[in-house]
Each structure stands twice: as C-alpha cells, then as structure tokens.
Design a protein around this ligand. Structure first.
Ligand code: CP
Ligand code: NVA
Length: 343
C-alpha cells in the first residue's frame, strides 16, 4: 500500500515522461542485458523504480508499448512469482510470453548455450533466464543480439531487488538514507539487494552465519557504490546487533534451490538467524519485514512475523510485475511506442 509520504512525493515529482533518470535510462538501456545489478548505474536503478511506480498507477498508458514483442522464459528451476509476473507483465503491454521448462534438461546439455542463443535470438525480442550457473546467463548474453534478463542465478536475483526497493519507496516515500538489514544466507538475493541498496543511497547491513557471507566481489562492488552514493555497507555475524533500529528487516530461505541436500546441516547454523518477534522488536517500531518468497515457514521466519502487521511480502510480490514491466520497456525500447513519451 502506498504511504501518505509516497503520495505526497509523487505529487511533487517531475512527470515520469520528463524525468532525466528515465530519459537517460531509455536512451542507454535499449538493447542491453540485465545479468547483474552492476550492469545498472544508480540513475538507471532510480529510473526503473520511477517508471515502475507510474506503470502501477497508469497501466493503460503502456497497454500497447510492447505490441507483438516476443519474450521467451527458459527456467532450470521452479518459479511462481517470477514466471507469472513476467508473463502477466508482457501480456498487459501487448506482447507475448513463451515458457520453456528446463527443469529436467539444463541449458547447454542438448546443445551449447551459445548455439541456443544464436537460434532463439532469431525468433524473439528478449530472453529471460533462470539458471543454476550464473555463467550460463553471461554466456547467453555474450552470444545473443537480443537482451538477456537474469531471473535468478546462483549469484544474483536483480529483478527481485528492483521490486523490493520499489516496495520500500512506496512504503516510506523514500529509500535514500533508510537503514536496511538483511539476515540469513549471503546468497543470490542478498547480493542483488546489497548492490541495489548501495546504488540508491541506502545503508545496508548484512548478518550471515560464518561461512555464509556474501561473495567478496559483490562486497567490493557494493562498497564502491556505497561510497559514491554516501551510504554504508556493514557486514556482521551478529543478527541482534544488525537489526538494532533498522527500518527494514529482510530474510531469504536458508536453503536455496540447488542446496536441498544441505538442509539438515544448515538448520542449526541458521537457527540463531531466524527472524521472529523477539528479533523484530530490536528494529525500529515502524520497521517492515520483507522476504522474496517462497518462505520456509518457521525456519528462517516465524508465522507470526510473516503474517504479522509489519510484513510487506505480498506488496513485494505484486511489485515484481510493475518493476519488470519498467525493465522490459527500457530494454526493448518500448517507451517510444508510448504516446505520452516524446523520444
Ligand atoms: N521470489 C521469487 O523469485 O519467487 P519464485 O521463485 O516463485 O519465482
Ligand atoms: N535464494 C532463493 C531465492 C528464491 C527466489 C533460491 O535461490 O532458491
């Protein structure tokens, strides 16, 4: 739900059609890939949020912006939110989605990833991939002339993070200066959240068990982004200290897809990192609880928190569609088909 602060901010804002972040993103991103949040400048991240907000309020403006565009989704892992939010997103802008289930035959098995790219680009306008190996995504991008979108790899989940910060913006009426705490596995979702937060001027704290901290390359990138945007990244193994005074507390599953065989070993390691009512009490009284979903109920988060008044998890899920519509419009040059934009 949009907050009063967000509604007031929107009333004061420059119309999205004249917004410099949106106009430069439209010029620079057409034809580009989104493999990682690191592919986007801070202005481009802001542009996706601003356009996402406008699409959410004025969907009819964009009804035919991707008329007849073809999008293929090739997924090696299960999905509810990502698949449906991409499919509904492109369908409501006049395009079409084709789903290819790769859960039982990974990409690159029947023929090389490069050959898949060289075929598929002849028929479609954008390729959305959910893979185990992040290299499958970068290899597809290196061999495809149409944009590639990372819909989750073992390294990042950029579309999730864009929707999540759009949701925080809606809730608080701003993102810059917020204190955002991630508790749990320093994995794909955590990586994309760290960089997106830093690009938006958010102070990010990450609390992980020893041995599950975020990748060092992501930490280095995030620190550089944070320095440029006057915010901080803190890493800790103390979840209690990490959430102290936080505006938002976020967790992800403690056993990601592909790690199911580690379930028993991980359970005691992640137990002290569970987000429960006692942990939430240490955050600011106005704090929100966030989760990318699906959740393992009463493992990384208790029912009381997930279903409680601070939880905004279904707003996050809804905003996947709006943020991805913004992304598709920018990568496919769709704003030039939108009458109110003079590009
Ligand atoms: N959050 C998310 O990506 O959900 P799915 O795995 O259901 O797509
Ligand atoms: N980290 C989780 C996210 C699911 C949306 C996974 O990779 O399974």
């Amino acid at each position: 739900m949009a907050s009063k602060a967000f509604i007031e901010k929107q009333e004061r804002a420059i119309p999205v059609q004249q917004d410099p972040d949106v106009l430069s993103a439209a010029a620079r991103l057409a034809g580009e890939d989104l493999c990682s949040i690191a592919d986007l400048s801070s202005g481009e991240v802001r542009a996706i949020l601003k356009l996402g907000h406008d699409i959410k309020v004025n969907p009819r403006e964009y009804r035919y912006a991707l008329d007849a565009k073809q999008m293929v989704l090739m997924f090696e892992k299960a999905s509810l939110r990502t698949r449906l939010s991409f499919e509904t997103g492109i369908n409501t802008m006049g395009g079409n989605a084709i789903f290819v289930d790769h859960t039982s035959s990974p990409l690159g098995e029947r023929e090389s990833v490069a050959d898949v790219a060289r075929n598929v680009e002849r028929w479609v306008d954008v390729i959305v991939l959910r893979t185990y190996a992040h290299d499958t995504i970068t290899e597809m991008a290196a061999n495809s002339r149409v944009p590639i979108i990372n819909a989750l790899s073992d390294f990042e989940h950029p579309c999730q993070a864009l929707a999540d910060f759009m949701t925080l913006d809606e809730h608080f009426g701003r993102v810059k200066g917020l204190n955002f705490t991630y508790v749990g596995d320093g994995n794909n979702v955590c990586h994309s959240l760290m960089m997106t937060g830093a690009q938006l001027g958010v102070n990010v704290t990450v609390a992980t068990p020893r041995g599950y901290s975020p990748d060092i390359e992501i930490v280095t990138n995030t620190r550089e982004m944070a320095e440029a945007n006057n915010c901080e990244l803190k890493l800790t193994q103390d979840p209690q200290a990490a959430v102290e005074g936080a505006d938002a507390v976020y967790t992800d599953v403690c056993v990601s897809m592909g790690f199911e065989h580690e379930s028993t070993r991980r359970a005691p390691i992640f137990r002290p990192f569970q987000v429960n009512e006692a942990l939430m009490q240490r955050a600011a009284s106005h704090a929100v609880f966030m989760h990318c979903l699906p959740a393992r109920r009463n493992a990384e988060v208790t029912d009381a928190v997930l279903d409680g008044p601070q939880s905004i998890v279904f707003d996050q899920a809804e905003n996947r569609m709006h943020a991805q519509k913004a992304l598709l419009l920018l990568l496919l040059g769709g704003l030039s088909n939108t009458p109110s934009f003079k590009l």
